[in-house]
Design a protein around this ligand. Structure first.
Ligand code: CP
Length: 308
């Protein structure tokens, strides 16, 4: 197929065919990072601005590395020392960046829809590196890439997503992507963080961990996002860990070959214990490795659709 989008904003927008095309392209780019010389000239002459208005380790570093491996010119813009601090609007900021003949803007922002908003006004490409609790498409792509790599397929798999679904852009993007590719999705966590309304989009909602993970091929544990929780959604992290944490005992409730995933950063001893995070079922660091290949694929494909 031919890629036709200059922006990657959300997996909700994509067809199953587009998602598979992205994953197949990432598979090719993964080989580049396994070579002695980990660089290709695919984005030579292109300029990418990384603009992270919210903190990030994995996404920011892997986008930057992906850009370097594709030979792009890179500018890392620091929101804290930008003229946003003087009251310049987001739109004026990105219009000024575009006036410097930039090809792509990779942005993380706390406002849901911020990237979709700027993409409407820019002719350069926009890649969403996370917008509030709405969407984190490259995280879901790397999660699905890892599932496909480990299990051989996605269709028909049972995927349990456990944790703070309410505040999670990772959950939303995974749900959209996994459903499009034919997986069965179960959401689990306290009723305050996993409301029944999610059932309307075709997933199972479960408030009992044992039931949620018993038939799971993949268990994706999401971080408790204290920074997005104005109210207390559960009595304490200890209580959360007791009922929804994966530890040596609750791991036994799962299939022996089930994958343990986590997008990071991990709250150790809350979502999972160290022996699970670092144990044989865990593919958490492989997710990070695959993020590089997925981001190379995304940058390569969207850059090809930016008109100059
Ligand atoms: N998974 C993820 O988005 O991690 P960072 O916030 O560190 O980028």
């Amino acid at each position: 197929m031919e890629w036709k989008r200059k922006d990657l904003l959300s997996l909700y927008d994509l067809t199953a065919e587009e998602i598979v095309f992205l994953l197949d392209t990432a598979e090719e780019f993964k080989k580049v990072s396994e070579r002695k010389v980990k660089k290709v000239p695919a984005l030579r002459g292109k300029t990418v601005v990384n603009f992270f208005v919210e903190p990030s380790t994995r996404t920011r570093v892997s986008f930057e590395l992906a850009e370097q491996r594709l030979s792009a010119d890179i500018v890392n813009m620091q929101a804290a020392v930008s003229s946003l601090r003087k009251g310049e609007t987001l739109l004026d900021t990105v219009r000024n960046i575009e006036a410097l003949q930039v090809d792509l803007v990779v942005m993380r922002h706390s406002a849901p829809g911020a990237q979709a908003f700027i993409a409407k006004h820019l002719s350069c490409g926009v890649v969403n590196a996370g917008d509030g609790a709405h969407s984190h498409p490259t995280q879901a792509l790397l999660d699905i890439f890892t599932i496909r790599e480990k299990k051989g397929c996605v269709k028909g798999l049972n995927v349990a997503i456990v944790g703070d679904i309410l505040h999670s852009r990772v959950a939303r993007s995974n749900i959209w992507g996994l459903l499009k590719l034919g997986a069965n999705v179960t959401l689990a966590g306290p009723a305050t963080l996993v409301p029944r309304e999610f059932e309307e989009i075709g997933v199972r909602v479960c408030h009992n961990l044992r039931e949620a993970i018993a038939d799971a091929d993949v268990v994706n544990l999401l971080r408790i996002q204290h920074e997005r929780q104005a109210a207390g959604f559960f009595p304490s992290t200890g209580e959360y860990a007791k009922f929804f944490g994966i530890n040596r005992e609750t791991l036994k409730w799962m299939k022996p070959d089930a994958l343990i995933m986590h997008p990071g950063p991990i709250n150790r001893d809350v979502e999972l214990t160290s022996e699970v995070a670092d144990g044989p079922n865990s593919v958490i660091l492989e997710q990070v490795t695959n993020g590089l290949a997925v981001r190379m694929a995304v940058l390569f494909l969207v850059a090809g659709c930016v008109k100059k």
